[in-house]
Design a protein around this ligand. Structure first.
Ligand SMILES: [Zn+2]
Length: 329
């Protein structure tokens, strides 16, 4: 479809409707096929595949993505698969600025390694067997995070198709994210001179509230993990002999955990885990809750049990949308 000849838009402004048409066409005609192929490759993160180097799946998905990016012939783009000794590889691309007087760089980030298979798939679905049904593509790793490199390049192409100037853009696509990204920082250090003066990082690796609008993640819950070990005897003894006299290691563990968390409400007890929610974040949560409403908690697969005409079901910690958003953040 040709764009209308006369548009009342200042030069250099993006026509969002046209960009959407452009991206949608590219997505449906090409990218879905790429991601479908990606699903078939068990490119498990090194934490779930100790033989990742010999298996070569991470390499394959990185090379496939690189080949696709190159085939797009994006003006001013160069790319390289960078390999540091003993580390998972990364894809690095660089797109020259088309905006004059722009010295800063936009960094786009994504990853191509996957979580392991797990079970619980519907009988006709599977982690490495892509299936397209009702506008949804099923399989392991496509949304998290196989789409990222394609979305990055498609976005740049949408700008270029309308001659909208852009700053310098670099892309870093890693293959260690699902294992905690332990290889990422060494690459950031090694590539630092080529990253340039990064002013904006677009991290294409998060969720979306719905599919009706563009979403931006400003924060996500973090995680602190460790191993808790309780030792009360030096070796195993018969339960009939020892229990009641030897304190239960499980009970001791519960007491230790209760110092951290109120086991009735889930509230973390040490004051250092708490701070005042900034006013702007509260305003953002309210605006988001107004759009998403009950879906904030209804979208989770709550357990339920039907018995003699009535249903017992699990409930969230709150059903008030703003509070629900704050609780999960
Ligand atoms: Zn991810």
């Amino acid at each position: 479809m040709n764009a209308p000849l006369h548009r009342e838009m200042p030069e250099g402004t993006l026509d969002a409707a046209r960009a959407l048409t452009h991206a949608t066409r590219q997505w449906d005609s090409d990218i879905v096929k790429q991601i479908t192929d990606y699903i078939t490759i068990p490119a498990k993160s090194p934490g779930f595949d100790k033989d990742w180097a010999q298996n070569g799946y991470l390499d394959t998905v990185l090379r496939n993505a690189a080949a696709w990016v190159e085939a797009q012939k994006v003006e001013g783009l160069t790319l390289e698969i960078v390999r540091m000794e003993g580390r998972t590889p990364v894809l690095f691309f660089e797109i020259a600025a088309t905006k004059p007087q722009s010295s800063q760089t936009v960094l786009m980030y994504g990853h191509l390694d996957k979580q392991p298979e797990f079970n619980g798939w519907r009988s006709d679905l599977g982690p490495w067997t892509p299936k397209y049904e009702d506008g949804k593509l099923y399989g392991r790793g496509s949304a998290d995070d196989g789409y990222a490199v394609y979305a990055s390049i498609a976005a740049v192409q949408a700008l270029k198709a309308q001659n909208v100037p852009h700053p310098r853009i670099v892309g870093l696509v890693e293959t260690c994210e699902e294992s905690g990204s332990y290889d990422l920082l060494p690459y950031v250090d090694a590539l630092r001179p080529r990253l340039g003066d990064v002013d904006l990082v677009i991290c294409l690796d998060s969720g979306a509230g719905n599919y009706d609008q563009l979403w931006l993640t400003s924060s996500l819950r973090g995680m602190a993990s460790g191993t808790l070990k309780v030792e009360i005897l030096t070796e195993g003894v018969h339960s009939g002999d020892a229990s009641g006299l030897v304190p239960s290691s499980f009970r001791i563990m519960r007491q230790v955990l209760d110092r951290l968390e109120d086991s009735k409400t889930g509230r973390l007890l040490p004051a250092s885990f708490h701070c005042e929610v900034p006013a702007d974040r509260l305003a953002q949560a309210k605006a988001t809750a107004a759009i998403l409403g009950d879906e904030i908690y209804k979208r989770f697969p709550w357990a339920h049990y039907d018995c003699e005409g009535s249903t017992a079901f699990a409930l969230p910690t709150t059903t008030e949308p703003v509070q629900a958003l704050l609780n999960r953040t």
